[in-house]
Design a binder for this molecule. Structure first.
Ligand code: HEC
Length: 124
């Protein structure tokens, strides 16, 4: 083998290995997500948080037998439970305590929820 063939072979192997490495990382963690724009465009509770809660949470946290005994129908109920909600929303996807169960919110929705808390949990 010439030096050229060896270095071509080596480059190919490197490309293959790094290619596999990225595949595996993408499967485990998903591609990196940039939420800068969505968080900078945060438009308040009514526009950004309430619809997300209705879709992802209220279905199980309402009525006579809500999950964990926790009703999340109103702004006041959500504001009172917000810190625990954030904690459970941000758990790893594999955690049995994750909310919503087994189906994490999109990372940017998680950040919007956190932004609402940081802005004082307003009903705006
Ligand atoms: C598929 C139904 C379902 C959905 C959807 C769901 N939850 Fe839950 N949730 C439950 C159940 C059931 C429990 C009780 C779990 C337990 O006791 O082990 C619970 C418990 C909780 C608790 C803990 C209550 C306590 O005081 O211990 C919080 C906080 C919570 N959920 C927040 C949320 C939020 C926030 C969302 C939406 C992002 C959500 N849940 C979506 C079913 C659901």
């Amino acid at each position: 083998m010439t030096r050229g063939q060896i270095s071509i072979g080596f480059s190919l192997m490197l490309a293959l290995f790094t290619g596999c490495y990225y595949d595996i990382e993408a499967n485990l963690y998903g591609p990196p997500v940039d939420c800068t724009e969505s968080v900078a465009g945060y438009a308040g509770y009514a526009a950004d948080v309430a619809p997300m809660m209705s879709t992802a949470c209220v279905g199980c946290h309402t009525g006579a037998n809500p999950g964990g005994g926790l009703v999340l129908d109103t702004h006041a109920q959500q504001a009172a439970a917000a810190d625990l909600m954030l904690e459970l929303i941000q758990l790893p996807a594999s955690s049995p305590d994750l909310m919503p169960p087994g189906a994490p919110l999109h990372p940017c929705d998680q950040e919007l929820f956190e932004t609402w808390i940081q802005n004082g949990k307003l009903n705006d």
